[in-house]
Design a protein around this ligand. Structure first.
Ligand SMILES: *[C@@H]1O[C@H](CO)[C@@H](O)[C@H](O)[C@H]1NC(C)=O
Ligand SMILES: *[C@@H]1O[C@H](CO)[C@@H](O)[C@H](O)[C@H]1NC(C)=O
Ligand SMILES: *[C@@H]1O[C@H](CO)[C@@H](O)[C@H](O)[C@H]1NC(C)=O
Length: 368
């Protein structure tokens, strides 16, 4: 008797299941916490620059320089913006840029108006996103100083880079007639105080030079960045055992290099080694908040001068002596061509502004 053709597949399945060798059991399923990356849309502006989080609040402030707008945003613990409001600071040409939290006036924030040559202390009014910030103090940059860019508060003094006159300004916010102007070379961007020798340093991007200022004697000294190491020092901050800075590179090349200045002005350069790190165009940097325990430096690479450069957040772990790089973790930002600008660490978030795409990125990981 011929087998009914329709029964053949059923018979094959029967034979297979009798001799089945494939088994399925539970596999170990531990996993670490996921990262959350959100690119918060901000109101459109040609240039989105700096970011601060106002202490003891859920308010983040962002400066948009091209139209002099301050964005006040309420964020949740993952850094997602829940509500925001933009405020015109003076007029569209006033060029709002620098932002820093005041320590002398807790909860208040210093701004620079590069186009008005003014330093301004505001109460951002964190209780309500829509509430108008209030101007508490205005300090005019003394002539011949011009173009306040970065601002930092150190006791009674404000230290300010003056991008257009190539100067660094020290001015007392208690008595603004008490000031010094230190002349540099094109163009001072950041100012940082050395944690050990207490001198002030500024990176001058277009001259590839770092200027040291001795505030007691007024003496200034220039240190050239060696061309074979890289060029264009931009981000500069106080950190473990010294002042740390990043090299941005030029319109075609970055060199993935971070500099360290020790208490005796010995410069040490650390070059990244990973595939995407070694040529990165590094614009800005921030240390982990728990830096004494976790020897972690966060870097921001940016397409701001090289259109082909990747916009990335790079987490770099050093050895316990801060002498050698142990690991590099690369997070490419979802929007490329964005000219990533500033990086800010909070206890749970890494924020980054995107200059050309009007975005505030937040990278959230509780176990950063
Ligand atoms: C952005 O820049 C372009 C080109 O420079 C200019 O035409 C435009 O008006 C600017 N827009 C704003 C909102 O600033
Ligand atoms: C840009 O930097 C690279 C690498 O440092 C260098 O080889 C090149 O000559 C530089 N280009 C210009 C125009 O300076
Ligand atoms: C620092 O490292 C320790 C140990 O690895 C970890 O438990 C802690 O969460 C880290 N802190 C931060 C802020 O990353």
């Amino acid at each position: 008797m011929l087998l009914d053709r329709r029964l053949i597949p059923a018979l094959i399945l029967l034979v297979q299941s009798v001799s089945a060798a494939v088994t399925i059991t539970h596999a170990p399923s531990g996993h670490s916490s996921s990262n959350h990356v959100i690119e918060n849309e901000l109101p459109f502006a040609n240039q989105t620059h700096e970011v601060v989080k106002v202490p003891n609040s859920n308010v983040v402030l962002v400066s948009q320089m091209s139209n002099s707008v301050l964005v006040k945003a309420m964020v949740n613990n993952k850094g997602a913006i829940l509500k925001l409001q933009g405020f015109q600071i003076e007029k569209p040409t006033s060029a709002l840029h620098g932002l820093t939290n005041s320590k002398a006036f807790p909860g208040k924030v210093w701004l620079t108006l590069q186009g008005e040559n003014k330093l301004v202390l505001i109460d951002p009014k964190v209780d309500s996103v829509r509430a108008m910030p209030e101007v508490l103090k205005e300090i005019s940059v003394p002539t011949p100083g011009n173009g306040p860019h970065y601002i930092g508060e150190y006791g009674d003094d404000l230290w300010v880079s003056l991008q257009q006159s190539y100067d660094v300004l020290r001015i007392s916010h208690v008595d603004p007639s008490d000031y010094n102007i230190y002349h540099g070379v094109p163009r001072p961007i950041f100012v940082a105080q050395h944690p050990i020798n207490k001198m002030f340093y500024t990176g001058q991007d277009d001259s590839s030079s770092v200027m040291k200022i001795d505030p007691k004697t007024g003496k200034t000294t220039q240190f050239q960045v060696p061309a074979n190491i890289g060029q264009t020092p931009v981000g500069m901050i106080s950190g473990p055992q010294g002042v740390w800075f990043t090299l941005l590179g030029n319109a075609t090349h970055g060199t993935g290099t971070v500099g360290h200045i020790d208490a005796n002005d010995k410069f040490t350069y650390h070059k990244l080694k990973s595939t995407f790190g070694k040529d990165a165009s590094l614009l800005h940097l921030a240390f982990d908040l728990d830096v004494t325990e976790n020897h972690t430096l966060w870097l921001l690479s940016s397409s701001i001068v090289d259109d082909d450069a990747l916009n990335m957040i790079i987490k770099v772990k050093f050895d316990s002596e801060w002498k050698t790089i142990q690991s590099e973790d690369i997070f490419a930002m979802p929007t490329q061509g964005s000219q990533a600008h500033r990086i800010l660490l909070t206890p749970t978030n890494v924020f980054a502004t995107e200059l050309a795409s009007s975005k505030l990125l937040t990278y959230y990981n509780r176990r950063r």
